[in-house]
Design a protein around this ligand. Sequence first.
Ligand SMILES: Cc1ncc(COP(=O)(O)O)c(C=O)c1O
Length: 415
Amino acid sequence: MLDTALYSLDISLFSPFFPCSRPNAVLFTSCIKMNEKREDCTVGKAREQRSINFLRGIPAEEALSRLIPMASEGYEKAIQRYGTDVLQYGHINGFKPLRELMGQSHQVDPERVIVGNGGMEVISLFLKSIPRASNIIVEEATYDRFLFDAERYGHNLIGVELTSTGINLDQFKEVANKIPAAVFYGIPFHQNPTGINYSEENRQAVEQICREQSILCAWDICYELLRYDGNQNTSITVSEWGPILMSSFTKTVSPGTKCGYIVLPKDYVEHMGKVVANSRINPNLPTQAFIADFIESGKYADFLDYLRALYKPKMEALNVSLYAHFPEVSSVDISGGFFASISLQKITSEKEEAFIQAAKEAGVGIAAAWDAVAPNLREKKRKDGLFTRLTFPAYEPEEIRWGIAKLKELEEMSS
Ligand SMILES: Cc1ncc(COP(=O)(O)O)c(C=O)c1O
């Protein structure tokens, strides 16, 4: 199962079949330049081979390159400014100045904020902190690693249908009434993997049901700031009881720097603090000092603006192409984040493997996203055809357009 997860996270890191198509394009151009006198420098059809790997849920290379001078300066500044404070043990619940900044941004007491080494780490520690074999309600399709990790701690997962504006509330109420659930976990902004955005009403209704049933409501908001359609997401209000917020700087700064945080109800912090300290003692403090300075200096806000502008045309290409080629399955207009998902209706279970292989040979990297579907809803979802997640920020609009058109062509050919 883990192998599948790794594979589906980023096949291109390991596979020669999906070299990044940008370097390909660069190679091709320089090849032409070097061989101006020759008619063609490539052999046969290889020249026309294009590729896109829709599995790559990663920031664009150019975004990370732009970060290099800021990160270099930021880390140096962090060590110079804080010295042994960030090189020594300490700040178990996270670097204090960063906790304060996160407390301010969510308007909560910083004591309620625990900053860790990435979003997945704080999620995992939270899953470790609740009683074993707890019932957890999740969206019908969600972040696959959350499902894997919850199962590893022996928790039971119950999926509830997602609509284009959030959770199916009738179904949610029914499940919450019937099953003594400890936690609900949802991704309300630019959801992974579907790309949907919850309406404010839906989100608040979910919180209300959770409160009535004493279910801890946990929102993973790591895509909140990555909205590219010119609008701003309305931030979630946190009260004494919750909701719990989980987030990450992976997609807004960089995955390598690994920093994420959780905002907890006050009376949960002490318990969670013990789990945290016994799992990893202190987090990576130089990273947290760099990120605190990045935010304070205003460079983070500028970088977010840059990311929004960079990803907007990619998102638009995705929306236009999905609407043109898959109008029947793309009712959701993607407005930000990293993902969209489609069900290829003509690709039934028996055809799945051959289709994915054919797509790979044609240069389109996709995978079945069954690991991201709640176990109790997998069978039902399979009836809609091959469920696959498409990521777009790492690619050029033209590549995205080509890839979606190719997927449609392959689906047509397979029927
Ligand atoms: C919804 C969601 N939560 C958490 C994470 C993990 O973030 P991190 O890389 O900071 O561990 C991801 C990463 O893709 C994600 O999509």
